[in-house]
Design a protein around this ligand. Sequence first.
Ligand code: FRU
Length: 497
Amino acid sequence: MNMNLQQQTEKANTAVQEKSKEIRTDYRLGYHIMAPANWINDPNGLIQYKGEYHVFYQHHPYDENWGPMHWGHVKSKDLVHWEHLPIALAPTEAYEKDGCFSGSAVDDNGILTLIYTGNIFVDREKDILDQSQCIATSTDGIYFTKEAVNPVISKHPEEGSGHFRDPKVWKHADHWYMVLGTRKEDIGKVVLYKSKDLRKWEYLGVLAESDGTEGYMWECPDFFEIGGKHVLLFSPQGIEADGEKYQNLFQTGYIVGDFNYDTLEFSRGEFQELDYGHDFYAVQTLLDEHGRRIAIGWMDMWESPMPTKEHGWAGALTLPRELSLTPDGKMAMNPVSELELLREKSIDLSIDKLDSESFDTGIREDLLEIKVDFSLKDVTADEFGLKLRCSEEGTEETVVGFDVTSSKLFINREKSGKGVSGVRKSKVELKSDTLTLHLYLDRSSVEVFANDGLNVMTSRIYPQTSSLGLQFYAKNGGVQIKDLNVWKLKDIWKERE
Ligand code: FRU
């Protein structure tokens, strides 16, 4: 480990530890990845290394607001129980003086290698940046050394600009490949590189770029094969809202296509959103030893209200989700099966037919998993669903519902508590007459996996600690429930204390 890096990470660890003693726990999550205190954003360096899952994240250890980026670090044997590790990276060198930005990790013959962006603000007001790509290595998976060859890519290609960041690296045949996000004027793009040794990189060209309507900057790209196709995941900035689509400040989505490693051509389809909730960005994936493509995103959105800041922390990552591609080119996301380990106890609840505008289940919990299958065969209601974190007097609730006439799933945050509001909708293309809903509630987060993972919504909510009710409802008619299961979930962070 470099001397300076050791000093800076130790200082940062101490700052976070100190701050963690002061944070308020009202909105703290029970089973999601968070820092012990202060700010986090993108997931970084997702990898299964020596049998354990490692997740790093963009972290500002000194404040609950974004600032000079460090890399925080957690690991897990089962994708459920996470353990905090010392901060892995701190900005110490001239080429990264304004932060160690997002990037990825690879296992290079037993050496855990992080590939990340060194950030320099040339003129912050005018948004002029000078970004380069760097590497840091570790043999124990905990302490890292920044290599003397840094930066390994010091300048952006002609087709890009100083906005040149978020390297995602993978191996194909006997070469490493890297995708990076960049922009030229107002066209967002992803560029491609190749290397034999992770240190010398050859520029191969533009993999894909905006057609003029798909954003001015493409952040956090990821590129992989799935279901016989190649998928480019990325987070574009600057796509205009279009009806119910692209409602958040920035988007995260994918394009499906075919890629040929010889000609380097990527014939691509259209951009599609991956998650339709209020809070999902900068997703990254890993391929694990079971061949699963697992995605984790940042469970917040730039510039959205984050009332947790007053409590000494901000930001969390989503649950790990397994990706799959349908034959018609749609990405499905479902919670990884290991999450069943979170179930503390099954709660007895039986509803065969729902025909009440407000059915109180009697359940009062803030850590829940709910699986429910609605039969749409003889549905007469024009809307149905459930309400989470309801207050006793009815002023607070978060509604997850289905509008039968328009076939839209929605999440309504108008009464979800402090700071937040707004409705998000997602068109459901049903394959049968059953609507499946799989929902995770974790105090200040809701993740809904509907229609077998084809309609996913992730949103943060900030109700009062006393708002704990769970209700079901159907409007102007009824709906049959085929199957219903509710579990109270564990708090993995409290278990560790
Ligand atoms: C995405 C992003 C990345 C960048 C990082 C900085 O949310 O803007 O492009 O590397 O955050 O924290």
